[in-house]
Structure formats: structure tokens, C-alpha cells
Design a protein around this ligand. Structure first.
Ligand SMILES: Cc1cc2nc3c(=O)[nH]c(=O)nc-3n(C[C@H](O)[C@H](O)[C@H](O)COP(=O)(O)O)c2cc1C
Length: 314
């Protein structure tokens, strides 16, 4: 599965990942309050294309009632799941009691899951961290509560709120959650190579694996993981195949967001796609200043189809 990554996993990237083997994708976190206020930007974040199914819409709020009302609103978009974000470690979010703030209020977490489950027909999933800090690990308790209240699956990112994205994900906590609940457990954290999927499965017994940062510039990781799980050989895509996907990603982005935003949003992806290739810094310096999508595509085509040559910035 593709993890929700705010500002990154938009419709274009999610479609690409689904096509390349991700079993399910999630929207980036959408504010329940903003949905209630009918923010066009947030509705846009919650909207997905047909090619993405199965897709979950992820919502967040500090308030169970607002979560429940917004879940019922976004249900109209007909997602395959509604995911509750109990893992966002951003200070502003946690301080209000939203995201990972719920790990400090497990009664509130139970109420939130119960009310959302009662207000929608769509399956409800939750995404949690290990706990607020290493001396307050609550993942098992949180997952059990979510199960009791009717969540159909739980994603575990085993870092603490305090850790944010530092240090290593402690996969033992995924194993502990798997032992404790009967609903499917989705393991997440630090899967960056296809072999990691096997290791996470074997070490934790998780039912599915969710990949975030490992997919940046490498949406092929999902096909590679599928091959590894089936014990089949995996061939990394050749230059032409890579370029086809990058070009497709670019086109989807421009069609979806228009030239002005699309060109800007695509810059970070081009940075990730070119990572490690000779001449990548020059490519970035050149195309990050350009505004015309056609011009960017022409330069990229030269670069990605001749990855060994230094980029000529003509
Ligand atoms: C830039 C960024 C944005 C993120 N946005 C979200 C989000 O919107 N919702 C969420 O549940 N997790 C979010 N996460 C956490 C990821 O979904 C995931 O749990 C975490 O990155 C660990 O997985 P990974 O090692 O495969 O990246 C975000 C992480 C990053 C780095």
C-alpha cells in the first residue's frame, strides 16, 4: 500500500503507484474542520480518480463529532475506506489533540472510532504510531480499542510522536499489535527496498505493508515488492520504461493541477526521480527555474533517456 504523505501523494502519484502494483492508496490527511467549512482545497485533497480504487480518504481532527460528520460528508465520494489519522506528530496538530494527540487520550480515540463507525457504511481504518514517547508505548492498547469500536484494519508506524521521523521504526511493536488484535495489521516504517517487505512480514506477521518515503522517485518499488513476495525475479525498469512513467506522471500532474501549480509540484518529484544519477544537480538547477511544461519535459527527456551522460543545459 502507498502511505499518505501530505503534499506528495496526490492523485497523479497515487494513480502511478496503483498502476505499478500498490494494492491500495490513501489520500494525504484532510482536515475534518476544513471539510465542514466546505473548503474547496480540502475537498480537492479528498477527491480521487477512478483508477485509484481501492483508495482510502484520510481525515483528521481533535474532535470525535467533527470527525464523524466529516466522515459522513466525504463518504459521498465513495472511497473504499475512511482512515483516521492518529499518527501526525506535527506540534500544532498534536497540541490540539488531533493526529498523534489521540495516543494521549485513548478514551477519546475509542469515542472517535465509535462515532465515525456509527456514522458511515464505508469501512473505517486507523493509522497509529507507537505512542507519545518511549516510556508511553500505547500501540497495542490503541489498536485493541480501535478493533473493539469497529475499525476494520490498523496501520502501525512504530515511531513515537516525540521521535517524529527520526531514528528507526521499531518493528517489534508491529508484531505486538499483530499478536493482540484479529483485524488486519498494516506494517509501516522504513521499507525502502523490496527485501524489506519480506523482512517486515517475517519479523512482524503483518498482513500488509505500507510504503511512504521508499516510493519517492521509485514507484516501481510496488512491482518489485510483489515480485519478491511471490519469489519471482525482478528486473529494475530500463531507461525507456523509467522515462515513460516519469512522463506519464508529469502529464497527469499538469492535467490535474494546470501548468502553474503542476510545474512547481513536479519539481520535487523530478528531484527524487533523478536522485543518484550523474548530472542530477544540474538538471534540478536548470528545470527548477523553468515555467513551461513542454520545455521542462524536453530537457528531462534528454536527461532521463541518457542517464550516463552529463546533462547539457542547452
Ligand atoms: C512528508 C511526509 C508527509 C506525511 N504525511 C502523512 C499524512 O498526511 N498522513 C499520515 O497518516 N502519515 C503521514 N506521514 C507518515 C507516513 O505515512 C509514514 O507513516 C511514515 O513516513 C513512515 O513510513 P515510511 O518509512 O515508509 O516513509 C507523512 C510522512 C512524511 C515524510
Amino acid at each position: 500500500m502507498l502511505a499518505p504523505l501530505a503534499g506528495i501523494t496526490d492523485r497523479s502519484f497515487r494513480s502511478i503507484c496503483r498502476r505499478l502494483g500498490a494494492g491500495m492508496v490513501f489520500t494525504e490527511m484532510v482536515s475534518s474542520e476544513a471539510i465542514e467549512h466546505n473548503s474547496a482545497k480540502s475537498w480537492n485533497l479528498a477527491t480521487f480518480s477512478k483508477s485509484e480504487h481501492p483508495v482510502g480518504i484520510q481525515i483528521f481532527s481533535h474532535d470525535p463529532e467533527t470527525l464523524a460528520r466529516s466522515a459522513s460528508s466525504v463518504e459521498e465520494l465513495k472511497p473504499d475506506a475512511i482512515d483516521l489519522n492518529f499518527g501526525c506528530p506535527v506540534r500544532k496538530v498534536v497540541k490540539r489533540g488531533a493526529g498523534a494527540g489521540f495516543l494521549e487520550d485513548l478514551e477519546g480515540l475509542s469515542t472517535a472510532v465509535r462515532w465515525v463507525v456509527q456514522s458511515v457504511k464505508t469501512p473505517v481504518t486507523v493509522k497509529i504510531r507507537s505512542g507519545p514517547s518511549v516510556d508511553r508505548i500505547v500501540a497495542v492498547e490503541a489498536a485493541k480499542r480501535a478493533e473493539t469500536e469497529g475499525a476494520v484494519a490498523v496501520t502501525v508506524h512504530p515511531r513515537t510522536t516525540k521521535q517524529a521521523f527520526k531514528g528507526k521504526a521499531d518493528w517489534k511493536i508491529i508484531a505486538q499489535v499483530k499478536e493482540a488484535v484479529s483485524i488486519p495489521v498494516i506494517g509501516n516504517g522504513d521499507v525502502i527496498a523490496p527485501q524489506d517487505v519480506l523482512q517486515m512480514r517475517d519479523q512482524t506477521g503483518c498482513d500488509a505493508v505500507m510504503i511512504g518515503r521508499g516510493s519517492l522517485g521509485n514507484p516501481w518499488i510496488f512491482s518489485a515488492c510483489r515480485a519478491v513476495l511471490k519469489g519471482e525475479p525482478w528486473q529494475t525498469p530500463d531507461t525507456a520504461e523509467r522515462w515513460d512513467v516519469i512522463r506519464e506522471h508529469y502529464s497527469l500532474m499538469i492535467v490535474d493541477k494546470g501548468d502553474f501549480i503542476g510545474v512547481r509540484e513536479m519539481r520535487k518529484h523530478l528531484g527524487w526521480y533523478s536522485r543518484g544519477l550523474s548530472g542530477a544537480a544540474e538538471l534540478r538547477a536548470k528545470v527548477f527555474r523553468l515555467e513551461d511544461p513542454e520545455e521542462v519535459l524536453n530537457i528531462c527527456q534528454k536527461f532521463f533517456l541518457n542517464p550516463k551522460s552529463e546533462l547539457s543545459c542547452e
